[in-house]
Design a protein around this ligand. Structure first.
Ligand SMILES: NC(=O)c1ccc[n+]([C@@H]2O[C@H](COP(=O)([O-])OP(=O)(O)OC[C@H]3O[C@@H](n4cnc5c(N)ncnc54)[C@H](O)[C@@H]3O)[C@@H](O)[C@H]2O)c1
Ligand SMILES: O=P(O)(O)OC[C@H](O)CO
Length: 321
């Protein structure tokens, strides 16, 4: 295992807590930054109240200093504001999955702009926070612009319970992480509306085809979409009932007032809701057809019913694959 490090994590939500526990369990010193005042004595944080923080995790709302590695586990829309006020040395690693609304920027673009001169990386994969927080085994992709950089960071941050696979495909990894949340909403809708398992499998597969089209146009590598951050995360999020994106879709498919649920972040961020319309605009900029992403965007906005969505998708011209 690598030498012990001081790791700063911004965002004390579900993912920040899980990462903190993982690194602390491996012996690293962890500073977990929370934007709200913290009751440090309880060693429990609201998002995962069943998890008692390990002693090596120091929770604070004061900017951490002197960390070897800095990770961001905030929602994507909060990343720019947080990253621009951090300082320090060592790599900055975004662990969020999404696209910024007005700029169409992926997390690595945001970190490049806000943390000039520092190495930038992305951590993404099939990772439910609750499982990692309790020490169950998992794996993810660690991507950077150069493979040697990704390998170096991955070897430092991998732990006995969290394997990291290096990649030099920032584009593919980030596109997959953003898009799978949108497809998971579609999968949830299919199950919620009792359209069946066949429909879910078809949505996942055709969703993956849409991801491939845009990935190609953006310059991402096809093989990335078969990896942990691609297929791996797509499978987990579309089939794992603890996915917030899937659960949001499920509620939408059951005609529940899901939009209110998505906007209420007290139950955790539903990134796919914010991502869907931005992803659609990005695809249009590149003249890429993403009918599934378009349909999910309309359903989220309340501009289409599930019945109309089913009819529209089933009556599209037949195609090859
Ligand atoms: N939960 C998971 O299983 C998981 C796994 C992998 C990746 N992710 C990704 O990690 C990111 C964070 O997810 P999460 O599950 O931790 O969400 P969460 O809703 O549980 O927590 C988000 C945290 O960010 C903080 N935050 C929100 N807005 C902020 C702002 N403007 N400034 C500062 N802090 C702010 C919140 O207070 C909260 O502590 C998302 O992009 C998500 O897709 C989540
Ligand atoms: O709960 P979700 O839908 O945000 O998914 C969490 C992770 O991204 C799964 O890898």
């Amino acid at each position: 295992m690598s030498a012990l490090r001081h790791i700063a994590i911004f965002g004390a939500g579900a993912w920040g807590i899980a990462l903190a526990q993982n690194f602390a369990r491996a012996g690293h010193k962890v500073t977990l930054w929370s934007r709200s005042p913290v009751d440090a004595a309880s060693r429990r944080l609201p998002r995962l109240p069943h998890v008692a923080l390990l002693p090596a995790v120091h929770v604070t709302n004061v900017m951490p200093e002197g960390a070897d590695d800095t990770l961001f586990a905030t929602p994507t829309h909060a990343l720019r504001d947080i990253a621009r006020v951090t300082s320090g040395r060592g790599p900055v690693i975004a662990c969020c999955k999404g696209l910024e609304r007005d700029t169409y920027a992926f997390p690595a673009d945001i970190l490049r702009a806000t943390c000039p001169g520092r190495d930038v990386a992305i951590l993404s994969g099939p990772n439910f926070a609750g499982e990692i927080a309790t020490g169950l085994p998992a794996a993810a992709t660690l991507a950077a612009s150069h493979l040697s950089m990704a390998e170096e960071i991955a070897s430092r941050l991998a732990t006995p319970r969290f394997r990291l696979y290096a990649s030099d495909d920032l584009t593919g990894v980030q596109l997959a992480g953003a898009a799978k949340n949108v497809i998971a909403i579609a999968a949830g809708i299919a199950i919620g509306a009792q359209l069946g398992e066949n429909a879910r499998a078809a949505l996942m597969t055709r969703g993956l085809a849409e991801m491939h089209r845009l990935n190609r146009a953006l310059g991402g590598q096809a093989k990335t979409l078969s990896g942990l951050s691609g297929m791996g995360d797509l499978i987990l999020t579309c089939t794992g009932p603890s996915s917030r994106n899937f659960r949001f879709g499920l509620a939408l498919g059951q005609n529940a007032d899901a939009r209110a649920l998505a906007l209420d972040e007290t139950h955790g961020i539903v990134e796919g809701c914010r991502t869907a319309p931005v992803l659609l605009k990005l695809a249009r900029r590149h003249a890429i057809d993403m009918p599934l992403v378009e349909t999910v965007s309309k359903l989220i906005a309340g501009d289409m019913s599930v019945t109309a969505a089913k009819a529209a998708l089933m009556s599209r011209p037949l195609a090859t694959e």
